[in-house]
Design a protein around this ligand. Structure first.
Ligand code: NAD
Length: 496
């Protein structure tokens, strides 16, 4: 059986650990390959490689770094079809969705190629007599990145192009559920001219993550995953003196006001609820319908759902399988629970007919009405193709409900009333907001991140905040020798 190795110093690396984990083809329900689960020594080998590469890379001219990034962008764009195949094979998302994920990752690479402008400092002349002050932005050192299963290409691409553009070197620990995309991208970056050791990939589980968190040679951690692990990463990483940005889970609401265009709302709800089988941190999982719209909206959504096809990623279907059998069973368990809680399952995805292998990890699109707001179906992040409807009487009731959520990743409002939309944008407690847009993932030159338990740390991913996170500023106060200023003075320096 194939095995996914680590990638250290520009080459595949088996390491010393004998532990492995299965990597499934979720559409077939079979183990397609194994992935190595790195030991502490394997992680240390990756960190040593990145540490050794750091001085040379940090000294490499901006012009050269920019050329390599441009080449990486060109190669990635030219071969995105190959990467999409890997995503579909290991994650299960349909091929069009896989290409969409890569396009959003490419956006960040394109943004990163403009780094010389973003690494400019500031300059003030003659702040005191013959004294000038300026600032520089310098790399941190070795960057740790830990990514989730649901975007095996895009989430690593949120971070490593920017970290590397800024002069850092990287150790990336991808999800053990779909690790091949990261190895493929590291190999491609080498082909683009990246020196060995600048980008390393170590595969593994908690053992590898803890080794990164505890290493004195790792300067910062960028994590994306579920909220309990994000909280753990933030607490452990900061305890070990690192900069940490840990993006967690979500429960994204869509508020539908009575004047909204219900055709647009229904299209948006279906796209944002069931794309990628609901395994997106920005998926809409709750529609908050301000009455009297709920009945009409449910009818429009249900009729669109009946046209959705579920199957293997190359067969032209709308939706693929879930990532593992355990995850599929967990999501399916929430549908069981909904009926017990008194909610109404309007469209039931259990027992869906699929275009694919019967053993795949399938679950069809599911719509649940009248979900009690104290039930687990409402409160938990389900992370599957399950869309809940909550009916409210007013805007005020809706916004209060949304703002009571533990999470604050994204939210959307659908209305044709500009004043109402503006009020929502100002009052909602989420880090990303859509106005008649269901999945408001910011473009690469803005930054991505939520509030509350959706992000631990104060810096978002990519965009300007990405460059801020991966650099530290030095302020230089400079005076060229001038004999008239000589003399001893122990007082605190004043600007004159
Ligand atoms: P996860 O938390 O299970 O795993 C994320 C990473 O943490 C993986 O690399 C995994 O190997 C590692 N990990 C898992 N258990 C660990 C442990 N006990 N100790 C240390 N490390 C551990 O998340 P997932 O299931 O891969 O991804 C889905 C989750 O990610 C969802 O909650 C989703 O909302 C979230 N997510 C959030 C964003 C965002 O931008 N906020 C984006 C994508 C995904």
């Amino acid at each position: 059986m194939d095995i996914v190795d680590h990638w250290i110093s520009g080459a595949r690396f088996a390491g010393e650990s004998t532990r492995t984990a299965p990597v499934y083809n979720p559409a077939e329900g079979v183990v397609a390959r194994e992935v190595r689960l790195g030991s502490v020594a394997d992680v240390e080998a990756a960190i040593a490689s990145a540490k050794a590469a750091f001085p040379g890379w940090a000294e490499t001219s901006m012009a050269k770094r920019q050329q390599i990034l441009f080449s990486f962008r060109e190669l990635l764009n030219a071969r995105k079809g190959d990467l999409a195949e890997i995503l579909t094979a290991e994650h299960g998302k349909v091929i069009g969705d896989a290409l969409g994920e890569i396009a959003r990752g490419l956006e960040v690479v394109e943004w990163a190629t403009g780094f010389p402008h973003l690494l400019k400092g500031e300059y003030s002349e003659n702040v005191s007599s013959s004294v000038d002050v300026y600032s520089t932005k310098e790399p941190l050192g070795v960057i740790g990145i830990i990514s989730p299963f649901n975007f095996p290409a895009m989430v690593p691409l949120w971070y490593f192009p920017i970290a590397i553009a800024a002069g850092n070197t990287v150790v990336l620990k991808p999800s053990e559920k779909d690790p091949s995309a990261s190895i493929w991208m590291a190999d491609l970056f080498k082909e683009a001219g990246l020196p060995d050791g600048v980008l390393n990939v170590v595969n593994g589980d908690k053992v590898a993550v803890d080794a990164l968190l505890e290493s004195p040679d790792i300067a910062s951690i960028s994590f994306v995953g579920s909220t309990p692990i994000a909280r753990y990463i933030y607490e452990t990483g900061t305890k070990h003196g690192k900069r940490v940005q840990a993006l967690g889970g979500a429960k994204n609401h869509m508020l539908v006001l009575p004047d909204a265009d219900l055709e647009l709302v229904a299209d948006s709800a279906v796209n944002a609820g069931f794309g990628s089988a609901g395994e997106r941190c920005m998926a809409i999982s709750v529609i908050v319908a301000v009455e009297p719209v709920a009945d009409a909206l449910i009818e429009k959504i249900s009729s669109r759902m009946s046209a959705l096809s579920v199957g293997e990623g190359h067969r032209g279907c709308d939706m693929g399988p879930l990532i593992t059998k355990e995850h599929r069973d967990k999501v399916s368990g929430y549908i069981d629970l909904a009926t017990v809680d008194g909610a109404k399952v309007v469209v039931d995805g259990r027992g869906v007919k699929v275009d694919g292998d019967a053993d795949g990890f399938w679950l069809g699109p599911t719509l649940i009405d009248a979900v009690p707001t104290d039930s687990k179906v409402y409160l938990d992040e389900i992370f599957g193709p399950v869309l809940s409807i909550v009916r409210v009487k007013s805007y005020e009731e809706g916004i209060a409900l949304i703002n009571s959520s533990q999470y604050g990743n994204g939210s959307a409002v659908f209305t044709n009333d500009g004043g109402a939309a503006r009020r929502f944008q100002r009052e909602v407690q989420t880090g990303m907001v859509g106005i008649n847009v269901p999945i408001p993932v910011p473009i690469g030159y803005y930054s991505f991140g939520g509030w509350k338990d959706s992000l631990f740390g104060d810096t978002k991913a990519y965009g300007p905040q990405g460059f801020h996170f991966f650099t530290r500023e030095k302020a230089v106060t400079r005076r060229w020798l001038d004999p008239s200023h000589a003399g001893v003075n122990l007082g605190f320096p004043e600007n004159k």
